[in-house]
Design a binder for this molecule. Sequence first.
Ligand code: ATP
Length: 445
Amino acid sequence: MNILIADDDPMQRELLQGFLERQGHRVLCAADGEQAVAIVRAEPVQLVLLDQRMPKLSGDLALAEMKALNPLIRAFMITGYGAVDTAVSVMKLGADEFLEKPLDLPSLLEKIQRVEIVLAVDEEVAAVEDALEENPGLPLRLIGKSPAMLEVLSVVHRVSSSPWNVLIGGETGTGKEMIARLIHLLGTRRDAPFIEVNCAAIPENLFESELFGHEKGAFTGAAKQRRGRFELAHGGTLFLDEVGELPLILQSKLLRALQEGRFTRVGGESDLTADVRIITASNRDLRIMVEDGRFREDLFFRLNVLEIDLPPLRQRREDIPALIEHFLARYADRPVRLSHEAMDVLVKYAYPGNVRELEHIVQRTLTLTRGGLIKPADLPPEVRRAEMIDHGLLQERIEAVEREMLVSALERTAWIQTRAAEMLGISERVLRYKMGKYGIRRREV
Ligand SMILES: Nc1ncnc2c1ncn2[C@@H]1O[C@H](COP(=O)(O)OP(=O)(O)OP(=O)(O)O)[C@@H](O)[C@H]1O
């Protein structure tokens, strides 16, 4: 990356420059805010590390100017130790991170790597979106910048340029099919077909003909010759969804096709060939199925050359607000927004059906409400019920009530702790402990 260091302390600049250059970055340096802005005007800087206190132009003002020159620039603001208040205002100015002095280099490196992944994936997704102009029906906006999702995207990024088969694991609705399409579209096969087979949806007796095709008259109902999905995917990608549902007998036939690159249409004589990349998905743990003898081990190893595991939504709650905005933009037929309270409830919900469930919740909420503001009471009943029994929330409520009772008892006893404790039926020691815990102090009058 092209990284700019803006700091008036030459020692700090040198230290950072050496460190980042050893990581393979191109590093530019500025000794004050004005110089930093001039460099951003002249050079394709992707990331700037800005000291907040600098001569001529402070970090905050320099950042605002840099953003105006290059809205895509990423910025880490470096502040003095404990300057949290300014950190908040810096975030408002558009810094992606704020770092406290003295800098922790491993954590800086991790943050830089995160920016790199975001930039790489943004670039590729933009390229894919351009390529999709002709095919606008495809909903490929992949939302999610949580560390867990960035991890997935960095694997997608590496995998898509390789020819290997990929197995995508993850609970239902986590976006496995979307990731499969993304891998196809980012790779060299993007102009060839992406053919999907849902192994759970095809009856066992039709599966072979679906996958490999059949000749005319091969069985009752085979009135015409038909090409199978394997043939149709030639040059492209075959996506086998729910591959764990495949019966053992078909697993053997699939294995042969993968091993030898050959297959035969049902009722046919000659061997056919097809050049196909296989992406499979499963919401069952295939390793356990292999152990139980329900999935062929040799097939498993063929399919699982590279593995991507999609985390459930409850393990990447940071992505929930952006997903909600995305689905609101897609499904709302009027300007609608979520109240803070409703957003809070949705962020805390467990989503057993993952992103698909969230999508349905947004759709249902939109059809059931009229106004422009969604409140907790407008959310589907299962979400509200879960909110009530959610342990964390219950605990929060209990604490809020307890705090209120303490304050009220203290006020009614003119802050005489012995009497307040008596009124509450607790010892004075416990009262003092709880006052400390909740930060309760007598207000000055
Ligand atoms: N990161 C995401 N950004 C935007 N939409 C998403 C994302 N992940 C999933 N979705 C949406 O959620 C729905 C479910 O995704 P998808 O069908 O890819 O899941 P799946 O894991 O293949 O599900 P299943 O295991 O049930 O087949 C789709 O409508 C998809 O567009």
